[in-house]
Design a protein around this ligand. Structure first.
Ligand code: NAD
Ligand code: G6P
Ligand code: MN
Length: 445
């Protein structure tokens, strides 16, 4: 501890993840003491619903922390130590289109993979760059921990456009997978796992998984389990897991068979089995519709209930979630210079020995007051390297399209992607996406 009390702003205060994160921050006051918490969003009404409920939570549980929410960037980004990036540009309306437009043409329709993921990435770039600029202007010493997707594309944009900014792009998916690995091996949580992992965001493989305390190699046990069940744990562990996530974790059994030497990130299913994904999708009812019927309803319903009741006793976020717990761990590591190991999306610079230095990769890194120190993970397998070269080229082409306002580059990005079978299909999807993305994308010429 250094005696300091921290000030944090959540950009995307209206996010469905915000209340859970706030509760985890409150629970961590002995570990990460705060003096101020602010929300920033560009949707006043959406943020107010969450903000009013959080006001009550803060008053009851952490009155020592000053809380406010605003749509004014200067107010939001002044006097902060950490900026949490949790925005969804275009909100669920645009996510729905990212999913449904490709499906119209028999192509994978998913939030962060395939054409939908690239469309989302292109929307996020200008908004994230703007937030970085505000942070640098109003709180030049602050760190931004960004998890606004599409992370791989956002990280490539940061590398090119704001190379010296104090931004770390992270993802919670490997944590979720590792927590499952821990459960499969009878350990308490992902904190008990040591690992070597390499890849791109939502596109990677574990080379090594060990019991952190004993050093035991857990790969043999895990492979035996994963080949039949994927990362599905079941029972009490999965009592709140939604059916579509169950299908995802079970599908890992098939992903694993593509390379039995490593264990895959669950997102590999979209690249290995795009036809299966399309065959199992309902183009009229995608993940966005599930979230509208489930998470969004629950989160906003609970906020309304708290505001009406005037108390946050027994709220649904009293049980902490992996996502927010992980983010608290990360800001703690930076604040107290612990050099703990987490995964980061950053320029390769040799971390994967046979990938280009300027590739954005997802690799283990030590997190401390100086930001991240990526670790050397060794050499990517031939199969993995081939897949990564293709995927990261798509990600780079999207940033080219942004910088050059280039239709051609965006078309190439779609056509090259493993989820798209044919350049003429790529063109149809892109041409449908351009008008609906007009408020967010640069004009592609
Ligand atoms: P959400 O739509 O519930 O919330 C996002 C909020 O961002 C909304 O309130 C919206 O008004 C706001 N917003 C949009 N554009 C903005 C802008 N330019 N400036 C300020 N605010 C803006 O979304 P969600 O489902 O809670 O997800 C939030 C983000 O977190 C998404 O980008 C999602 O992809 C990401 N996410 C990432 C990970 C990860 O592992 N990297 C995990 C979970 C969620
Ligand atoms: C994981 C990924 C995130 C992604 C989210 C989607 O947490 O790491 O990057 O945004 O899943 O989950 P959802 O429940 O919104 O479909
Ligand atoms: Mn992610």
């Amino acid at each position: 501890m250094n005696g300091k009390k921290y000030s944090v702003v959540i950009a995307g205060g209206g996010s469905t993840f915000t209340p859970g994160f706030v509760l985890d921050l409150i629970k961590s006051q002995d570990k990460f003491p705060m003096r101020q918490l602010k929300f920033y969003d560009n949707d006043e009404e959406r943020q107010r619903k969450i903000g009013e409920a959080v006001k009550i939570i803060m008053k009851e549980r952490a009155p020592q922390i000053k809380f406010s929410y605003t749509t004014d960037p200067k107010e939001a980004f002044t006097d902060v130590d950490f900026v949490m990036g949790s925005i969804r540009v275009g909100k669920y309306h645009m996510r729905s289109l990212d999913e449904k437009i490709p499906l119209k043409y028999g192509v994978n329709g998913q939030e962060t993979t395939g054409p939908g993921g690239m469309a989302y990435g292109l929307r996020s770039i200008p908004a994230i760059i703007q937030i970085i600029d505000w942070m640098q202007e109003y709180s030049p010493n602050a760190w931004m921990i960004n998890y606004s997707n599409t992370i791989a594309i956002v990280a490539e944009a940061c590398r090119r456009l704001r190379p010296n900014a104090k931004v770390i792009n992270i993802c919670d998916m490997p944590i979720d997978d590792m927590d499952r690995m821990a459960a499969i091996c009878g350990l308490d949580s992902w904190h008990d796992i040591d690992f070597n992992y390499y890849g791109l965001n939502h596109f990677g493989w574990w080379k090594e998984v060990r019991n952190k305390k004993t050093g035991e190699d857990l790969m043999p046990k895990l492979k035996e389990y994963v080949k039949d069940h994927g990362y599905w744990v079941g029972g009490d562990y999965d009592k709140d897991t939604e059916p579509s996530w169950e299908a995802t974790f079970r599908k890992v059994a098939d992903d694993y068979k593509m390379d039995p030497e490593t264990l895959p990130n669950n997102y590999m299913q979209y690249y290995y089995f795009p036809q299966y994904e399309v065959a199992n999708a309902d183009p009229k009812h995608t993940r966005t519709d599930e979230i509208r019927e489930h998470r969004q309803k629950i989160v906003f319903g609970e906020c309304e209930r708290i505001v009406k009741a005037g108390t946050a006793k027994n709220n649904i976020w009293d049980i902490s979630g992996l996502h927010s717990e992980y983010i608290v761990d990360i800001i703690h590591a930076i604040a107290y210079n612990t050099h703990e190991k987490f995964l980061a999306n950053c320029p390769n610079n040799g971390a994967i020995s046979n990938m280009d230095p300027d590739s954005i990769v997802e690799v283990p890194a030590l997190f401390g007051a100086d930001g991240i120190q990526p670790m050397a993970t060794g050499k990517a397998g031939r199969f993995q390297r081939g897949l990564m070269m293709e995927q990261q080229t798509c990600e780079k082409l999207v940033v080219d399209a942004y910088e050059q306002h280039s239709y051609q580059k965006m078309l190439q990005a779609f056509a090259l992607n493993k989820t798209v079978p044919d350049a003429s299909v790529a063109k149809k999807i892109l041409d449908d996406m351009i008008p609906v993305n007009a408020p967010y994308w640069p004009e592609l010429k």
